[in-house]
Design a protein around this ligand. Sequence first.
Ligand SMILES: NC(=O)c1ccc[n+]([C@@H]2O[C@H](COP(=O)([O-])OP(=O)(O)OC[C@H]3O[C@@H](n4cnc5c(N)ncnc54)[C@H](OP(=O)(O)O)[C@@H]3O)[C@@H](O)[C@H]2O)c1
Length: 247
Amino acid sequence: MKKSYGLIGFPLSHSFSKKYFSNKFLTENIKDCTYELYEIDEIKKVDQIFQIEGLQGLNVTIPYKHDIMAYLDGLDHSAKKVGAVNVVKISAEGHRTGFNSDYYGFRRSLETWLPEVKSYHAMVLGIGGAARAVLAVLEDLHIPTLKVSRDATKGDIDYHELLRRPELLHKHKLIINTTPLGMLPNTDAKPGIDYSQLGKEHFLYDLIYNPAETSFLAEGKKRGAHTKNGLEMLELQAEKSWEIWNS
Ligand SMILES: NC(=O)c1ccc[n+]([C@@H]2O[C@H](COP(=O)([O-])OP(=O)(O)OC[C@H]3O[C@@H](n4cnc5c(N)ncnc54)[C@H](OP(=O)(O)O)[C@@H]3O)[C@@H](O)[C@H]2O)c1
């Protein structure tokens, strides 16, 4: 029987997942699988999607990563910890389980890039949707983390305090940008930290993958810091979806 997969969200004008899976099915000669986009303007319409014959799994994107939970039978550790679901697996018996593959994608890419990651202090810039998966991973790895937000009540400190206390940049050598600052088309934008404090002992991870080198990463690189963009995380989270659906 044909196996069906797809993505739900709204709007779905440009989807990385659709391109990723269409290409995967072609290059790996995976037969009888389809990956469709399901743009739904209300979460309750997911009930109709769950009726699709042969449906094995879904990816979930904005704005349904939270609301989808009411339609599931269970959540794995990643989804519980992050508080958001971006992968749903449907078992042969019709049991629906939610996962968060951003958690797995970020964790694997971080541990591969920085095997000694547990010995670092981390600083996370921006406390939004993407930061939740990052913070969940850092907590599970027992990495002390400082949260920087425009609103000090949301994180540990705001950017003004960070500028006043340069020693914080010396202590927290792993700096992760989870803000959209620097993403195309506004490539000149970057988080408001004191880049002159950075050096070759720093590791800058940007969740942005477009452009490949953001101004944030370029400022670090100029001063000898190690840098990594979000492309590997993006690919690993997509591949994790496939692993979940086929395990
Ligand atoms: N590589 C991957 O697999 C992957 C996965 C998910 C997301 N991403 C990327 O991660 C980025 C963030 O995604 P998101 O969904 O979390 O975005 P978002 O919700 O729009 O923004 C995240 C946070 O960034 C901060 N922020 C937003 N605008 C800002 C500004 N003008 N100045 C300073 N801070 C600002 C805010 O935090 P505060 O209010 O706390 O300051 C906001 O909550 C995007 O570029 C996205 O493409 C990549």
